[in-house]
Structure formats: C-alpha cells, structure tokens
Design a protein around this ligand. Sequence first.
Ligand SMILES: Nc1nc2c(ncn2[C@@H]2O[C@H](COP(=O)(O)OP(=O)(O)OP(=O)(O)O)[C@@H](O)[C@H]2O)c(=O)[nH]1
Ligand SMILES: [Mg+2]
Length: 360
Amino acid sequence: MERFGFVGLPNAGKSSLYNALAGGGALAAPYAFATVDPNVGVAKVPDDRVAKLAEMSGSAEQIHATVQFVDIAGLVKGAAQGEGLGNRFLSHIREVDALVFVLRAFRDDDVPGSSDPLEQLETLEVELVYADLESLEKQAEKRRKAAKGDKSLLAEVEALDAAIEALAAGTPLYRAGLDPEHFELLRGYNLLTAKPALALVNLDEAQLEDPEEVLAPVRAAFGERGDSAVIGLCIQLEAEAAMLDPDSRAEMLEELGLGRGALDSFLRAAYEMLGLRTYLTTGEKETRAWTFRAGSRAPQAAGVIHTDFERGFIRAQVIQASELLEAGSWAAARDAGRVRTEGKDYEVADGDVVEFLFNV
Ligand SMILES: Nc1nc2c(ncn2[C@@H]2O[C@H](COP(=O)(O)OP(=O)(O)OP(=O)(O)O)[C@@H](O)[C@H]2O)c(=O)[nH]1
Ligand SMILES: [Mg+2]
C-alpha cells in the first residue's frame, strides 16, 4: 500500500491531522517533539462511485481503495546535521512514497512555534535539500569515476549533475523541472525531495473565511504545481469532527459551512498526486475500488487483483462508471453496445469498470 508521510515543524498539527484521519489514537500536545516514533494509519480514499455501483448491483459489500499515512516526528532547523531527532527523522521520511508538508498558519499563544507557513516551508525544504545534496555528492563522485570506464553510465552522471546543480541552488527536486529521463535515472537513489510533495496549510477558524490570503504565498513558493498541490484546512475542526458519530459529524461540518469536510478532498488530491488511479469491479458479492498506477496497461492493472490475472490475461470488458450507472445495469449497457472489449495494450482510465477474462 502507498504511504504518505506528514512532515512539518513541531506543533504544526501533524498528530492532529493523523487523529482527524484515523479518528484518534495519536498524542497531540502543545509542546515540541510530542511525537517520537511514527504513528501509522490507514485511510479510505473517498469515492462516490463505489456506493452508487454497489446500489446498482445490489452488492453485499463495498470496498474502498486505501492509503497509509504516517505521522512523523517534528523537524527542526539543522535536522540534516543531527539537530532535534535528526537522522532518525530523515530515515522515517525516506520510507514513505510521498510527502505531505503540514504547515502551521493557525494562531494560538498557547502553542509555541511559527504561524508563518512560508517560513516553515523554507525551513523544511532547506533540510531536505541539504540531506539530498550530501547523499548525492558522495555517490556522484563514484559514478563519475565508474563512467570513465563505462560509457553507459554517462546519462546517469548527467542526471546526477543536473540534480546536484538544482539542490545546490536550494531547489527541491520535486519542483526543479528536471528532464523526466533524468528524474527516472535518479529513482534508485531514494532521494527525499524526489518524492511527490503537497502542502497542507493548517488554518484557524478565522482564516477559513478567506483562505486564499494565507495560501497564495505558499502556492507561489511551491512553483507551477502550486494550485493543486497546496490545500488549506483547519485540522483542529476536522479532528474534532472525526471523533463524532457520522450524523453529528455531518451536522457540525454543515454548521461550519465545511460541507463534507476538507479531509475528503485532501485525501483524493494526495492519492492522485501519487500517480494513483482507481478502476472498479462490481457484482452481487461486492463493489470494489482497485488502485493502479496512472499509465498502466490492462494486464498490469489486472495484476492488482491477482498475479494470475496478469499472467493469463486475455481481454477486458470495460465501461466508464458514469456510463454504466446511466445504463442502469451491466446487461443493459452491454445490449446497448456500450461495453468495450479491450486488449493487452489498453491503457486503463480512472473510473473504468472492468471485467477481466483470463486463462492460466
Ligand atoms: N488553535 C489551534 N490549535 C491547533 C490546531 N491544530 C493543532 N493544534 C494544537 O497544536 C498542538 C500541537 O499539535 P500536534 O498535532 O501535536 O502537532 P505535531 O505537528 O504533531 O507536533 P510534534 O509531534 O511535536 O512535531 C496541539 O495542542 C493541538 O491541539 C489548530 O488548527 N488550531
Ligand atoms: Mg506529533
């Protein structure tokens, strides 16, 4: 399962965010390093299509796609040189697939720390960039030597040089605009800033009135990807709402004008940013959302259900969920000629409802 890690300064609200997603369980406290060992939780990826298809098919069970999220200890200036929880903290970040920067904007005199999200983003980026730069410089030297005898390594050395240049200028690789081929060649180095990243700005209730005022500078700093990669929400309210039963929760969010809460859209954005997409299967037994990587062909996507499906893949019957729901049933959609037959080169799309035919 894919994992997001929450990265932020002490008291930014990481453990509170964890509690909002998990319905409690993590210590959230107004002092630095309340969290030492990471808390790991699982969240359902919200998807309206699951319930709708389940209703259509009379499914006994509904199964959502899930992601893991990890509440990591707070990072401080100098972490890359061992300050705070130092290397321990960095190794926890290394183990996740994507970064969610939790940036505090909320103002509260009882909670020490900065309320300037931009300043925090800069601090975090400096530490991660520094750690990456240090690890790359060591490795690049060896690769340069090896490339003298082995020309096939030249492209990799070029990629390393481009990455080092960006990092030395203080730019994290997720927004350095590196050549995609270079980026690919850096994959094996497990760099912190080569992971996809998004920023979650923790607002107070007053700031919720006009979030853009707070978010705009963060968007600008986050580069071109800024618009979809910067999300504002009030973690405290979401965490309080998460502790309630579903009816009171809906009522509370409604009263605050938060609709279904911002957590759902945050989870969906994080999932998509990771390059994850969903296809669905539906029948009387269950309706289920399956996670695949954007760009996967039908056999690889089938392999998510079972390796036999990939190995013995013959063909897939496919229709978009919205079309199927409009038709009202699989049989009606098929009779209307709306169910397509696709082969092994088909690139599966988000929202496809699929039946695989395979033989092993
Ligand atoms: N006023 C206010 N307080 C908040 C908000 N979010 C979190 N807090 C409080 O801030 C304090 C720190 O929150 P945590 O979630 O423990 O912060 P953390 O990022 O996990 O901190 P460390 O584990 O020390 O790195 C707690 O006392 C929270 O109740 C918010 O939106 N508004
Ligand atoms: Mg914490």
